[in-house]
Write a protein that binds this ligand. Structure first.
Ligand SMILES: [Zn+2]
Length: 217
């Protein structure tokens, strides 16, 4: 998880947010049968494209790339079952991998919200400890622990993918530490790129490089 910044509201929502919200609330309160389109207004291409850009095509919660997955999920940060009035609210929409989306499900505790990477003062390092390929909650922090469990941040597939990424980056790190001159500068730049926000598991890689003595920018 890394801090994310919302793009400006897509035009399609500027035009339709109120209409689509009222339509949805009407369906729910009158127990009407919604059409597929009515149920999936938030999956509009303009919304999906904007979310893909602001998340760099990664899950907002586990930072795995989801572009290659066929059934991408647009996620309601606060579940629409809990707050249907946020059904097409731009600030409540993000992009997540199917596994985080399903794990999170309708998980909602009013007083202890799950971590939200768009919050103004959000810093992952204040809520999660990145220890090699694993991610651990901050001790005695209820929000951290709840989110860690809700997203299942150490599921095997994630740990394996993070481990593979660390092995790749570590090869470069070894090369950097045993090289001098221009070549070292070139490798150093490559290493800085490995933890840019566009890269998969950037928080894990950044912390891995930091604890191994690489000068993080
Ligand atoms: Zn995920």
């Amino acid at each position: 998880m890394i801090k994310l910044q919302k793009e400006k509201v897509p035009n399609i929502l500027l035009k339709n947010e109120l209409k689509w919200t009222n339509e949805y609330l009407n369906i729910i309160s009158n127990k009407l049968t919604a059409t597929k389109t009515q149920k999936e207004r938030y999956k509009h291409k303009q919304i999906k494209d904007a979310l893909l850009r602001e998340t760099s095509g990664k899950c907002a919660y586990c930072e795995s790339e989801v572009r290659s997955v066929t059934w991408e999920h647009i996620d309601h940060i606060i579940p629409k079952s809990i707050k249907p009035e946020l059904y097409v609210k731009w600030d409540n929409l993000t992009f997540s991998c199917p596994k985080c989306n399903i794990n999170k499900s309708d998980n909602y505790i009013k007083d202890i919200p799950l971590l939200n990477p768009y919050e103004v003062d959000f810093e992952a390092i204040n809520y999660l400890r990145f220890a090699g390929p694993t991610i651990m909650p901050i001790i005695d922090n209820a929000r951290s622990r709840l989110s860690y469990i809700a997203f299942d941040l150490n599921r095997i597939d994630l740990v394996e993918k993070r481990q593979n990424r660390i092995i790749e980056v570590d090869k470069l790190l070894q090369e950097w530490s045993s090289t001098i001159g221009v070549k070292k500068t070139v490798i150093e730049k490559e290493l800085h790129d490995t933890y840019s926000s566009k890269q998969e598991f950037s928080a894990t890689i950044k912390e891995y490089l930091r604890v191994n003595g690489f000068p993080i920018l």
